[in-house]
Design a protein around this ligand. Structure first.
Ligand SMILES: [Zn+2]
Length: 739
């Protein structure tokens, strides 16, 4: 199975075409010189415009520049707009200038890059999940540049990008040359994107074996080995750290014939897509994989599935589909494309979403070009450039129609054009029109989706007897000529899909489309993100789960309560269900709890009590850190030595044998106490607490909670020191509270 080049497929209408157009505007609203500034600064060249703020000036400097190259290259391939090529060529030229100035092949935006990489080269490695030698995910950052340069060659044919990429690749090969395999694995403990994949790509570009060897050397064994043994050890791991590594395993497998690596990738895909994903295709809570048997955190959190995860799951699905010719990868791809990727962009303003909560009656936040420089903006810029990548595919002789999206495909080598006219999912039909220079025989393979019922195919108005079943292709083999018209019709029904943990939460799904109800437009604080570190997180109130609409009574009646109106809209009592991707600027409900009447009454009372306690604690909280969780720690300027973090009994933690510090914000100066929660009972004198450098007054120490007296500064730096190099207890959470 081969994909078509983006240049060969054009979107012609519908929501995906709109998303592409809106993304184009967002791409053009960004300033290449601002994105280049970190690279120029690091190379010691004058910057042409100040760098952007937000994540672009707090340690991850340059990461958006890498994504931007990919977005420009793919959007150029999809639309042919000259301005995109002009910008891409300009950026590559400037990066080449930085590389020439650096003199050793290196080019990067990481602050103090030269000092940082020199330490790694010498084997001085102190890594945890998101920090390497106290730098924020440097390999993740530089992977974006590797991928951007690759995409500039691959999608836009930029030859200079290939030279810069080879120079950068050779620099990296030399950088890690003195390191033992063990030291490399230590480096790989820190998030590193799909750096192994890009070395496999460098091998494809150059056929130089050293890159393929490097790709294998920098494959993370701690993730690969359980997958080779078909063990799912993913619970508690930072989700988006892992998915790109697996894309690398699959690519390396196709180049080396290591079938077990490919099987590891399939095993990972199977588990993540079938046991770890919610209806809209996303996975994880607060960026981490939750237990497959318990999605309750995901239901409660405002930090639902992250868009980057689905960006990468689509890349993995595409790779496996092309490798295995298995259409079940397309079923997941389609589900995630409509319901997560498409929904993650504001359809008018173009802003990108980071977290998509499934918590009932919550909402999402959108990025803005000037303020938001998050990972999901980087992957978001790319997401909407390449909707055409898998609508069609082909073998040596035959054409495959995978998705029902209005578009045209020009199969250049066969002088064949196919035009697809459809209003799916608002209409359960698609028309395919053939144009060919001369009549030719081949199979037109039309996907019979897993969700479709009664699929029929007509050629020039004549019904075909078809040999096909859901989750396969229907093949129409004949001598095709210009003007031939194929009509595909099918039925969809609305189903209730339970969460994978088997709990009593379900979503309504029609065909591949996840439905949701807009429930309120009140209290959407931070709907369009400011430039604060956590601008991507909702700031508005969490509405009690017990107030959400629930399906109560006999389960056999639930679907009967859903009544179709028009255009994929349905009523459910007072709610209107519609495609989730249409829901914007609003609180929404996608998941519904199901109850017998008695269970409903009982549960309601219990949850009310628990929720009241949790909300009461939140109301007293001025600031809090979830120890051992990536983003909260970064946001509180975590620093530490001889410290490790982990996830046990469904809780994150961090401990140290030396020291750790966090900064807590006390802008209103209403925080009076610092409560430190640990996972085990604390023993006196195993640690020392400092507040803004002075010994803290310990007010109480009871079981798993330690209370310190806060001082009244606006910023409170809390330092916890271990005694005699012994491990402190595992810290779970730190809260600055009013009383
Ligand atoms: Zn992200």
């Amino acid at each position: 199975m081969q994909p078509f080049a983006l240049q060969e497929v054009k979107l012609t209408g519908g929501p995906f075409k709109n998303a592409q157009d809106v993304d184009l505007k967002y791409i053009l609203a960004l300033n290449p010189d601002k994105l280049l500034a970190p690279y120029l600064i690091d190379a010691g060249l004058p910057e042409k415009a100040p760098r952007y703020g937000n994540w672009e000036s707090s340690g991850l400097d340059g990461h958006i520049g890498g994504h931007y190259l990919s977005a420009l290259a793919m959007m150029y391939a999809s639309t042919g707009k000259p301005e995109l090529k002009k910008r891409l060529d300009y950026m590559i030229d400037q990066l080449a200038r930085c590389q020439a100035k650096n003199g050793n092949g290196y080019v990067g935006g990481i602050p103090q890059g030269k000092v940082f990489w020199e330490r790694i080269h010498k084997g001085d490695i102190d890594g945890s999940s998101f920090g390497l030698n106290n730098t924020w995910v440097p390999l993740y950052n530089i992977h974006k540049l590797f991928a951007g340069l690759r995409d500039a060659c691959e999608y836009a044919g930029n030859k200079q990008a290939k030279q810069v990429l080879i120079g950068l690749g050779d620099w990296f090969v030399d950088l890690i040359k003195p390191l033992s395999d063990e030291q490399i694995q230590q480096v790989l403990r820190t998030e590193h994107g799909g750096i192994n994949e890009t070395f496999a790509d460098l091998y494809i570009l150059t056929k130089d074996k050293k890159y393929l060897e490097t790709a294998q050397r920098i494959s993370h064994r701690a993730i690969l080995e359980p997958l080779l043994a078909h063990e799912d050890k993913l619970t508690g791991l930072h989700a988006n750290t892992q998915i790109p590594k697996v894309i690398g395993f699959e690519k390396i497998a196709t180049l080396t014939g290591k079938r077990d690596w490919s099987e590891a990738a399939m095993f990972f895909w199977q588990n993540v897509s079938q046991t770890r994903s919610v209806a809209f295709g996303g996975n994880s809570v607060r960026e981490h994989f939750n237990p497959t048997t318990d999605f309750s955190q995901l239901l409660r959190s405002n930090q639902g599935p992250e868009t980057c995860n689905s960006f990468n799951m689509l890349r993995l699905s595409k790779a496996l589909f092309l490798d295995k010719n298995d259409v079940s990868y397309v079923d997941f791809y389609e589900r995630t494309l409509y319901n997560h990727i498409l929904s993650s962009q504001h359809p008018e303003k173009g802003g990108f979403v980071y977290f998509t909560p499934i918590r009932p009656n919550h909402y999402r936040v959108y990025s803005q070009p000037e303020t938001s420089m998050w990972c999901c903006v980087g992957s978001g810029l790319e997401n909407h450039t390449k909707y055409a990548e898998l609508i069609y595919s082909h073998s040596a002789s035959d054409l495959f129609v995978n998705l029902f999206i209005p578009s045209t495909v020009n199969w250049t080598n066969k002088a064949l054009k196919l035009t697809q006219r459809t209003e799916f999912p608002y209409q359960n039909q698609s028309e395919l029109l053939v144009e060919t220079a001369k009549p030719q025989e081949f199979s037109l393979n039309i996907r019979y989706p897993k969700w479709a019922e009664n699929l029929t195919v007509l050629v020039n108005g004549k019904a075909q007897s078809i040999d096909g079943k859901p989750a396969s292709y229907v093949a129409i083999n004949r001598k095709w000529k210009s003007g031939d018209k194929v009509t595909v019709r099918f039925k969809t029904t609305t189903r209730l899909e339970q969460l994978p943990d088997g709990s009593n939460w379900s979503a309504f799904v029609n065909g591949p489309i996840v439905l949701a109800a807009k429930t309120s437009t009140a209290d959407l604080t931070g709907l369009f993100a400011d430039d604060s570190r956590m601008g991507h997180e909702t700031k508005g109130k969490l509405y009690p789960i017990t107030s959400a609409y629930a399906l109560v009574g006999d389960p056999a009646t639930y679907l009967n309560r859903v009544k179709p109106t028009e255009n994929l809209r349905f009523t459910l009592d007072s709610l209107t269900l519609q495609p989730f991707y249409e829901v914007h600027d609003a609180r929404y409900q996608m998941y519904f709890q199901t109850f017998s009447q008695a269970a409903y009454d009982e549960q309601k009372a219990r949850m009310k009590q628990q929720e009241a306690e949790a909300l009461a604690l939140e109301a007293l909280t001025v600031d809090k850190v979830n120890c051992g969780e990536q983003q909260p720690e970064v946001d509180h300027q975590y620093k530490g030595e001889k410290s490790e973090s982990g996830y046990d009994d469904e809780q994150f933690w961090r401990r140290t044998r030396s020291y750790i510090t966090y900064q807590l914000q006390n802008k209103t100066r209403t925080g009076k106490y610092i409560d430190i929660y640990t996972l085990e009972n604390t023993t006196p004198d195993t640690m020392q607490f400092l507040i803004n450098g002075k010994p803290a007054e310990i007010l109480s120490r009871a079981g798993k909670t330690i209370r310190l007296k806060a001082d009244d500064n606006e910023v409170i730096t809390l330092t916890i020191k271990a005694q005699d190099g012994k491990n402190t207890p595992r810290f779970h959470q730190i809260r600055l509270i009013t009383n």
